[in-house]
Every structure is written in C-alpha cells, then in structure tokens.
Design a protein around this ligand. Structure first.
Ligand code: PEP
Ligand code: MG
Length: 315
C-alpha cells in the first residue's frame, strides 16, 4: 500500500529522473517464478541453483537440470544463474569437501568445491547451455560463487566459453575480490555483489551465529567502501555490477547502492515494490549524495541516518 502511495508499484526500476536500475528477483527454482512476476521483477539476478538439489544424494542428471533452468529462462528476459554454491551453510552430499573442516565458511565451498569436482561444474555448464538453446543470446548469464582472485575468475570464464556460454560473471563476496576488482573485471563480463558473505568476511562475523547478527550490519562504512570500490572498477571496465545480497532489499540502501554506481538490484520478490517506489521518488543525484553522505560517516548507525536524511521522500 505504501509503495502505491509513492507511485511506480510496477514497471522498470528507475530513479525519478529516469536513470535505470533494473529490479531483479532472487529465486531458488521454478516455484519462485510466479511471485517474481507478480512483483514486477524485470529478470532474475540470482538463481541459487544449489537450492534445487539440497536433498539429492547423487549429482542431478542433465535432463533434471535442463527442466528447472529452462522454466526460469523462459519466464524472464534476463536470468543470472549461479553455479552450485555448495558448502558451509548449504552442504550438498554429492559435492563433499576433502575433509571435515573446523571453519566451513573458510573452507571448501562455492567455486573451490567445483574445482575439486570438475565433472560436476562441466555437467552444470553444459546443462545451462543446452537449457538456453533457441533463446536470445543475452538471456542466460552464469556466475561463480566464492571467487577470490583473477586466476579463479579466468578459469571460470574459460569453462563457460568452452560450452558456448557468452556471459560469464562472478560474485564479489570475498574481500580480496573486491579489493582487486579491477583485475577481475578484465576476466569476466559482469559482477554481482553478494553482501551477505562480503559482510561475513570483511567483518569476520560468522553469518550462522545468531548472537552476532547485529554485527552483520551492511551499513558499516567498511562494507560501503568495498562495494563502492568494486562498482567503480566495473564501471571503469565497462562491465555491469549488480547487487544480490539481502542489503539490496532495504529501500534506503537500494538508493545508496544506485548512487554508488551499481547497475541492477536483485532481492527476494516481496521487497521489490518498496525498493521500486524509493528509487522512483529520488533523483540519481540524490542517490549519489546519499551514498556520499553514508560513506562520510564513521558508524553504521550514522551512515544510515545520513543516507536517510539525503533521501527526503523516504521520511
Ligand atoms: C551473498 O552471499 O550475499 C549471496 C547473495 O549469496 P548467498 O546468500 O546465497 O550466500
Ligand atoms: Mg554468498
């Protein structure tokens, strides 16, 4: 109701003065298509493919994968599929780490596990390429989780190109990748900032320890600085830089992210209308000023207050 009062409950994401910020959905499988469409998602910015196979004991067959990918690819004009992000909070029994690990979040997970099991990565990329056959060439974009440096990014892009996938990107969720985003930008077609894990790793706060949730605050200026740095590296390389972590669902943060130069925002579907309304109520210059003011603050609380003050239509 509040979104309607401000306007733009549907339609493409953009600021008051027309700067486009495509609004995309985070999905875990075909069941999430309908709510995404209902909330006006312009595409999918994060398809967590590991969610499809959490209960499987053996790797999914190519046909099983193609059916799930195809359903999502047919529903939206652009879809970013993340290859299996197994390990830590999302273990898959067919993708085990080499040993029991004392700190799984710092262990074999994401791309690290897929490099231990290269046949699984190859099988998934092939299934994705086949699922996209006959669809417009820019519809499928594929990204890797837990990439740390340009060497890993290069390996992943090559694996995508080998099966004919033209858009290969990475999640920026390891601080080293954000710090050296300019290196990585030369190896990939796009970035997606994963604020959940980037916060976990840059603050040294385990995201699974609920007593520490307060310390996961994405407004801490260190995280804002890292995101600004990565977004700038992407812009300078002429590449897109989206955000797909939970932080994008906060309308104030969404405006700040737009102001930092982020090129799309992806979130769980119910959050889309309020974010769309917040962007539509502010100019791009106001978003840039909110980002500047937030980064000039010293604490998370001050950063959010400063951004809010720069975004008058949110009061
Ligand atoms: C993230 O880390 O911010 C992210 C979007 O991925 P996940 O929450 O699935 O780790
Ligand atoms: Mg993550």
């Amino acid at each position: 109701a509040r979104a309607e009062a401000v306007g733009s409950a549907t339609g493409p994401g953009r600021t008051k003065d027309g700067h486009p910020v495509p609004l995309l959905a985070n999905v875990g499988g075909p069941a999430d298509i309908e709510p995404a469409l209902r909330n006006g998602a312009e595409g999918v910015g994060l398809f967590r493919s590991e969610y499809l196979f959490l209960d499987e004991a053996v790797p999914p067959s190519e046909e099983q994968q193609i059916a799930a990918y195809r359903a999502v690819l047919e529903a939206f004009p652009r879809v970013v599929v993340r290859v299996l992000d197994a390990g830590a909070d999302k273990p898959l029994s067919f993708l085990p780490p080499a040993a029991v690990e004392p700190n799984p979040a710092l262990g074999e997970r994401g791309l690290r596990l897929l490099r231990r099991h290269p046949e699984v990565l190859k099988g998934q990329l092939k299934a994705l390429a086949r699922a996209a056959e006959g669809l417009p060439a820019d519809r499928l974009r594929v990204m890797a989780p837990m990439v740390t440096d340009a060497e890993e990014a290069r390996v992943f892009t090559r694996a995508c190109r080998d099966v004919g996938i033209q858009q290969a990107g990475i999640m920026i969720e390891v601080p080293a990748a954000a710090v050296r985003a300019h290196d990585i930008a030369e190896e990939v077609d796009f970035f997606s900032l994963g604020t959940n894990d980037l916060a976990q790793y840059v603050f040294a706060v385990d995201r699974q320890v609920s007593s520490l949730t307060r310390l996961q605050n994405p407004w801490r200026p260190a995280l804002l600085d890292l995101m600004a740095h990565a977004a700038r590296a992407a812009t300078e390389a002429g590449k897109g830089c989206g955000v797909c972590g939970e932080a994008a669902a906060d309308p104030v943060m969404a405006c700040v992210l737009a102001g930092l130069g982020v090129t799309s925002l992806s979130m769980s579907s119910p959050s889309l209308p309020l974010v769309r309304a917040a962007l539509a109520a502010h100019t791009y210059a106001e978003c840039q000023e909110a980002a500047r003011a937030a980064r000039a603050a010293r604490t998370a609380g001050d950063a959010r207050a400063a951004a809010r003050a720069a975004l008058p239509a949110l009061e």
